[in-house]
Design a protein around this ligand. Structure first.
Ligand SMILES: Nc1ncnc2c1ncn2[C@@H]1O[C@H](COP(=O)(O)OP(=O)(O)OP(=O)(O)O)[C@@H](O)[C@H]1O
Ligand SMILES: [Mg+2]
Ligand SMILES: [Zn+2]
Length: 493
């Protein structure tokens, strides 16, 4: 018996089996329904998101002898042959290995003949961006005068490499990367069908760790199941991916919840002693804190925290983000993490003055030495640059963030952003935006690793601001060097 990889075995055979890509599926089904099939499509998107899969389904439904509800029957001769790759009216061309003009010329001659068996001849050109200039020109001629009953589907991971002349003659679909929950649906489909016992947490972990397409997730599942002899367990996934055991993360979350400083610091040793990378541990912890935050904001049940913890949690997430960006490049990251864990003991002080201060601290600096160190580093790296170069650079980076980071993109689009010396100043529209952006500080830090990042939002003017301050407030300012009072409300007797 030959072994068939999960990803091939579970390639969707009809539109309804496709997970996600709703827009593409809906538009194509409608086109079939209304008989408005375009003669050329471009399917653009990253690897393993369903481009080839949907191209084949489209070829099938157009050639199926008994289509049902604008879906292929998957039983007639034509459907079966298309699935097997032996249908005489379907051509799959891999432009990566066949960049030559000859294939395209053959196509050009071929389009004038009637289909042999089906209603349409379908040409799927994979990695279309790899075609040579000559091949594109030959293709263009065909697309300019499309003979009837031929359909072209160009699949590409790099749309920008397709000439505009070609693009403008095709209907372009942008395939989206699968979300974590879509990957989970896909993995569960495989597990259930294969009758493989699994721990649900292991599936979550796989889905969470994978940012790539469905194909990669299926092959990792394959490996994990083989590794643990026919089951999918948290342990096997952790070992396979080299990630820090969930157990440690759970412990850490509990220590945070109960403010158990000492065991938390000991846990760092344990993680390290067992051979795990402490930065990876911290990163996982951050992503779990983020998950809890989202759960709370969305009023969903969270395993570790409750609604009352929201403000504290935002505070801790910010604090720990900062720890991560500092520690990552430091020789002894554990030292930094220890310091930040110690800072958890200030939380009570914060809670007690929550009514006085609208919890927005700037976790700018930790110790004067660190400020010193950071600013020398930054000076060294920017000394050569002129002001205008810097501005152009800033614009580029912002454009990149807006493109890549969907979560914070809308905030940045509306923000006023400028760079001065070693600092980036981001002025947002309002306080709520500020809270959200601060909780994604790690993302910003990734793009500005050597800058001080200042996030602010306009203040509601407070007349009492200059009044003599409460002692508690002074204490807090002392505990958090670099923090500012944003609003101040006097105690009511
Ligand atoms: N949207 C989806 N729904 C369900 N399964 C999917 C989806 N996308 C991909 N898959 C799974 O991943 C496998 C690979 O998908 P496909 O060949 O369509 O990817 P692709 O986008 O053409 O990638 P590439 O750019 O590498 O050619 C499929 O066999 C299928 O098992
Ligand atoms: Mg493909
Ligand atoms: Zn059929």
């Amino acid at each position: 018996m030959t072994y068939e990889a999960f990803s091939r075995k579970y390639r969707p055979k009809s539109f309804k089996e496709v997970i996600g890509q709703d827009f593409v599926v809906k538009t194509l089904k409608n086109a079939v329904k209304l008989g408005r099939i375009s003669h050329a499509y471009i399917f653009s998107g990253s690897r393993g998101v369903g481009k080839t899969t949907i191209a084949r389904i489209l070829a099938k439904v157009l050639n199926c002898k008994n289509p049902v509800d604008y879906e292929p029957c998957n039983q007639c001769e034509n459907c079966i042959e298309i699935d097997k790759g032996s249908f005489p009216d379907m051509y799959e061309i891999d432009a990566a290995s066949n960049r030559g003009i000859d294939d395209i010329r053959t196509i050009r001659d071929n389009v004038n003949y009637q289909p042999i068996k089906g209603k349409y001849k379908a040409y799927i050109i994979d990695e279309a961006h790899m075609l040579t200039k000559e091949a594109f020109n030959a293709l263009l001629k065909t697309l300019e005068e499309p003979p009837p009953r031929n359909i072209f589907i160009l699949a590409t991971t790099e749309l920008y490499k397709i000439p505009d002349t070609i693009k403008s003659r095709c209907q372009v679909f942008l395939f989206k990367p699968p979300t974590k929950s879509q990957i989970k649906t896909y993995l569960l489909r495989i597990l259930e069908n294969e009758n493989i016992p699994y721990e649900e947490e292991a599936v979550d972990l796989l889905a969470q760790e994978l940012e790539g397409g469905m194909r990669d997730s299926a092959s990792l599942l394959d490996q994990a199941v083989t590794y643990s002899e026919g089951k999918l367990t948290v342990k096997s996934v952790e070992e396979l991916l080299g990630i820090v055991p969930l157990n440690y993360i759970k412990k850490a979350l509990n220590y945070i919840k109960n403010q158990e400083i000492q065991p938390f610091i000991k846990l760092l040793d344990e993680v390290e002693d067992n051979g795990y990378d402490i930065n990876i541990f911290w990163k996982e912890l951050l992503s779990n804190l983020q998950k809890s935050l989202i759960n709370i904001v969305m009023n969903q049940k969270d395993e570790h925290f409750s609604n009352q913890d929201l403000k504290t949690l935002i505070y801790i997430k910010n604090l720990f983000n900062k720890a991560y960006s500092e520690a990552r490049t430091f020789v002894n990251p554990k030292d930094i993490y220890q310091i930040y864990i110690l800072k958890l003991s200030y939380i009570d002080a914060i809670k007690s003055i929550q009514q006085l201060i609208e919890g927005n601290f700037e976790f700018g600096k930790t110790t004067p030495q660190q400020i010193q160190k950071e600013s020398t580093q930054i000076k060294e790296s920017t000394e050569q640059k002129t002001q205008s170069e810097e501005n152009q650079n800033l614009q580029k980076i912002i454009t990149q963030i807006i493109k890549n980071e969907k979560i914070i993109a809308p905030l940045l689009k509306e923000a006023e952003i400028k760079e001065e010396e070693n600092s980036i100043f981001i002025k947002l529209k309002d306080k709520s935006q500020e809270e959200i952006l601060s909780s994604h500080f790690d993302i910003l830090k990734k793009y500005f690793p050597n800058k001080n990042i200042n996030i602010s939002a306009p203040q509601v003017k407070d007349k009492k601001k200059d009044k003599k301050r409460d002692e508690v407030v002074d204490k807090v300012l002392e505990l958090f060097p670099g923090s500012k009072i944003l609003t101040y409300k006097e105690k009511e007797d």
